[in-house]
Ligand binder design. Sequence first.
Ligand code: PTT
Ligand code: SF4
Length: 612
Amino acid sequence: MYGWTGCLLRVNLSAKTWKRESFSEDFAHKWVGGRGFAAKILFDEVPPGTDPLGPDNKLIVALGPIAGIPAPNTGKAVVAAKSPLTGFYGDGNLGTRVSEHLRKSGYDALIVEGKADRPTMLYIEDDKVEFLSAEEVWGRGTYATNDWIYAKYGAGVGVLNIGQGGENMARYAVIRSLEGRAGGRPGMGAVMGSKLLKAIVVKGSRPIPQADPQAMRALGAGDLKKVGQLDKQTGWSIQSTNGVLAWCNEVAGLPVRNFRKTRHADAWRIDGERLNDARIATYGCPNCTMRCGITIHDHEGRESELDYENIGLLGANLEIFDLAQVGSLNYLCDEYGLDTMSAGCTLSFYADAIDRGVVSGDFKFGDAERAKELLRLAAHREGPIGNLLADGSLRMARAFGHGSEAYAMQVKGLEVAAYNCKFIPGQALAFGVAAIGAHHREAWIITFELKHTTRESYGPEKAAKVIELQRIRGGMFEFMVACRFPWIELGWGLDNYPKYFNTATGLNWTLDDMWRTADRIYSLIKLNYLREFPNADRRGDYPPAVWFDPANADTDGPIAGQVLEADKYDGLLQHYYDQRGYDNRGIPTKVTLEKLGLSQEAAEVEKFAKLT
Ligand code: PTT
Ligand code: SF4
């Protein structure tokens, strides 16, 4: 078998044991890697009802056949576990040197089980696995922890670590990896914290097995150069992801004031141009020429890396239009290891609930200083408010009551990304049916929708586009494991990816093989969801209720008076189910499961819930 190392590393923190396990060619071909490996391992090994923050949950770091190989943007890894935020499969994709080093140590995935008896750092180097004390940095943030690790091992090692948010099991704590990189939005950092695992450090030195290493080297190096040239022509790196902010504001798609408004006159103060003007450095993931991490000095003079999601949700959505202050909130999220997006939405929900008189409190939209203090409270679970904030917007809304769940901006417990869909039906669907809750990673249909269809359409073409994007974004890029930005931002052809895959593995896959694999993984994640929530129904695939509320319509601008219509949304959802071969609850039918080779998994699920 080429392209895969053929091995997983299984580590048990309770027993301080580890073993190298081989996997079969069938397993590799069926699940490929990354999200595919993670979804299958968690389905098989973490039974329904497992406490996500207990020792029986497992943390997976999974790579794919092109991860870590020099070729466009392959320095990424998937981190996954049962999510403490959503209660079912959760994952994230982050830039890290771990992808290269873990594969060079001879593993395509790491499975972490059990719970350490003291703060621990896992050190992996080729055939060596060590359980080292991390007591010295327990209680410290991710920057200090990273420095501590680099001082010991040098800056070239692969690192995954957590801050106070993860240690204290804030449900949206992320894992940090490199300067400016973070991932695992649905609480993968909290799962690490629950295991008293402060950091994972990896250093590998062996070649990654490939069918034709020479051809792969030539192809990868040549294409890295071509992608770099494309970047120069398109100017993507000038504003990077934040180029989208001005556009969202113009088309009434920006989240402002807990998504109550869609535009703001001061939005330009935090847009991509201002970010580029304030730039002090640029960072990137390994094997990337597109380097999209722009850093600025924050309000306190620290270096903070800002992407659109961070600015949209910690800036516009909190009505903080001062880039340096947004930088400070972002810095604190990075330091504490909290997801900027869920943190932003949870803070905006809290400000909204106070504003509507549902609870009393001293936090107002626009108050950056208080927002900083609230992030500290959340990361440390300090006091009743810190504790509530650490649980995310849905649990907070349930605690507040008075119908506030309607404006908790989340789907299945995961807070929505920075696109205000009060009148963007296709993107609202994309959030509703995203595999892990409201992540834009799965299907970012918004530009297609606003540029190529009518905004008000709820037609089947939008459901088809969501599926197409899910197969590419939530599928292929997540199981091959590479960054999707060359394709999205520079138009780097999708057909390049089967080329990389085939050169690495010696197989002869087409894009259709990729889509079939993607559909299999999506269906398995759905089965995981149903097994955890046997009474699940289509309401779980609805976006936040406030987007359907006429009282929430804009009073002026391009979408004045417009909101989503519930019966039409339901029709759009049905188009999606029909095209996917799902039943009326949004669960794959037995016929669909059989076609995708999931009969065995279906039988397993039927012990807990009914399939149709
Ligand atoms: C991703 C999510 C995103 S998506 C952003 S900004 W984005 C936020 N970044 C955070 C951050 O930073 N610090 C922090 N404490 N929390 C943060 N939470 C948010 O996390 C990310 C880039 C970006 S920048 C995007 S869109 C693309 N995402 C990819 C993806 O999901 N898959 C893939 N194959 N390629 C991708 N390429 C791009 O990667 P999550 P990263 Mg992150 C400071 O992981 O959980 O998926 O959440 O990964 O290495 O930081 O790169 O406008
Ligand atoms: Fe990382 Fe950005 Fe490069 Fe993607 S484009 S690999 S997120 S630096």
